[in-house]
Write a protein that binds this ligand. Sequence first.
Ligand SMILES: [Zn+2]
Length: 289
Amino acid sequence: MMKFNCYIVIRVLGGISALMILFVMSGCSFFAKPLELSSEHFLFTATTQTSSMEEMQEGIKRAEELYIALTKIFPTDFQLDSIIVVKLNGNYESQGPYVDGDGTIELWRYSAAEGGYWSLFTHELVHAIAFDTSAKLGALEWASLGFYNEAWAEYVAQLIDPEKTGFPFYGFNENVVAGHWVSQGGPTLALLRTSHEELNLSCAHQSYTMRASWFRFVDETYGRHAALDIMYGGREMTSEVVEEILGDSLLIVDDAWQTWVLERYALYPGADAEAASYRGNISYYQPCQ
Ligand SMILES: [Zn+2]
């Protein structure tokens, strides 16, 4: 009888620990409580499993600083999104950050060296801050948006957050990284433009860096008005429209950018060593040829 009781106790305890193991393996999401924090322009959401109030406070403070920096990039009468929702989803596994169909920024946490949750935040914020304007223009449906949208987001992220250490520059000099890829050959901007869907992510280290550098060249050479006109002028940024805005053919613009970035690479002290260090940092990456 005693033996039988013990057996039952063991069975019950065994069942409970199996259940506990199941919870632990599922990341205890059953016990996770929702977390929310809001500020003037942001609503941060997470759970006790994916973040903490301390981490969210750090993020929302940073977000407000970046928001102020972004207001200086856009004209004063530009309609910026007033409340941006940022969702913190936990540690990075395979899904990278993105802005969803509602304009919500979905983030995952990278290593501390790459900036944790804020690793790619600035880039996504550039997309999100003009999300309603882009949607109103119908731009989200445009086939040509992808190339320019990604170019603009990374360029502006570099402008307002030059110390960032995440993808795609990892804190390395922009001209060194872009100049390195240009001198390696591989996909040209013309190809990245026409094959955005196929090459954007498969050639990510080349596409994100070269496009951002190209937009800096355009901004510095043709002016902020031209850059904003490409992005938010209300016309789909087909090659014809971009050429009309810039007053030059894209063949000439791309060529001039290439010369410009290679000149800057050549002028940068220790460029080859920095390029080698950058490539060592992304040694897993197989460059597109
Ligand atoms: Zn993007």
